[in-house]
Design a protein. Structure first.
Length: 268
């Protein structure tokens, strides 16, 4: 019996670790909570600034993918080059309200909202929703604007609704369906990558804006994350973002120190 348990434990140690939307959502909320606990309104502003940077980076990456395929940067291609998908069918519910005179879409079931509610973190998680969609859209093309037309679910609304500023013509609707089929999952990233990206950029923004308190907030948030899900879910993020040394930001060395401090249990 003991040998069997040891074998099972060894097997589990070598099984791949995959972050999901829940991990991504909860890490953000922990970063927001710790920043606000330590720095109040300055922490909140640093989180919101970091989210704009994060969204812009995602949108820029989507634009690079579109251009590399020879596609112009339009509202249609923005909808085609999404980088994530739900963890399973039924986890998210979303769709189009109309396509003309401007594209309007909705989300009526959100895995991020579900994760924040599950962990009692909605108060902090909802800051993710303030500008992320517009930030991604403007990272894709700076003159684009995505306007929320309802109160976000995380802020108490019934569903999230967005106006994308430009129409999708009937031809573009057909082209969008064709482009999505053509691309499949080729431009998508898993949530190990997305969670690593979030950790890198938001932690960096906190450090840049708040200095030592920002570093403490990021370290404590990472420790919260490891305590909630297990250290393996923090370890798996190491080295995933930035993917290349040339993409590293000035705070990269501080991020490495941050990771080591969390894993060794060093006090913030």
């Amino acid at each position: 019996m003991v040998k069997k348990m040891k074998k099972e434990a060894i097997k589990m140690e070598h099984e791949p670790v995959y972050c999901k939307i829940e991990h991504h959502a909860v890490l953000f909320a922990y970063l927001a909570r710790r920043a606000i606990e330590l720095c109040g309104d300055a922490g909140k502003e640093a989180i919101l600034s970091g989210m704009t940077i994060y969204g812009n980076e995602r949108g820029k990456r989507m634009a690079e993918n579109a251009l590399s395929h020879g596609d112009a940067l339009t509202t249609m291609t923005n909808q085609a080059y999404g980088e994530w998908k739900p963890d399973y069918d039924g986890q998210m519910e979303f769709g189009r309200l109309r396509t003309e005179p401007t594209l309007q879409t909705y989300i009526s079931k959100c895995a991020w909202c579900d994760a924040w509610e599950k962990h009692g973190l909605t108060e902090y998680g909802k800051l993710y929703c303030v500008n992320v969609d517009n930030a991604v859209y403007q990272g894709f093309r700076p003159d684009f604007v995505c306007t929320p037309t309802s109160t976000a679910m995380s802020w108490g609304g019934e569903r999230c609704e967005f106006d994308w500023g430009y129409p999708l013509t009937p031809d573009e609707v057909s082209l969008l369906d064709e482009k999505k089929k053509e691309l499949g999952a080729s431009c998508m990233k898993d949530f190990n990558f997305h969670t690593a990206h979030l950790k890198h950029t938001i932690s960096g923004a906190l450090i840049d804006s708040l200095g030592e308190n920002g570093r403490k907030a990021a370290e404590l948030a990472c420790r919260d994350f490891a305590d909630t899900f297990g250290a393996e879910y923090l370890n798996v993020l190491e080295g995933l973002y930035p993917a290349h040394p040339t993409e590293a930001q000035p705070q990269g060395q501080m991020q490495e120190t941050l990771q080591k401090d969390v894993l060794t249990g060093k006090e913030a």
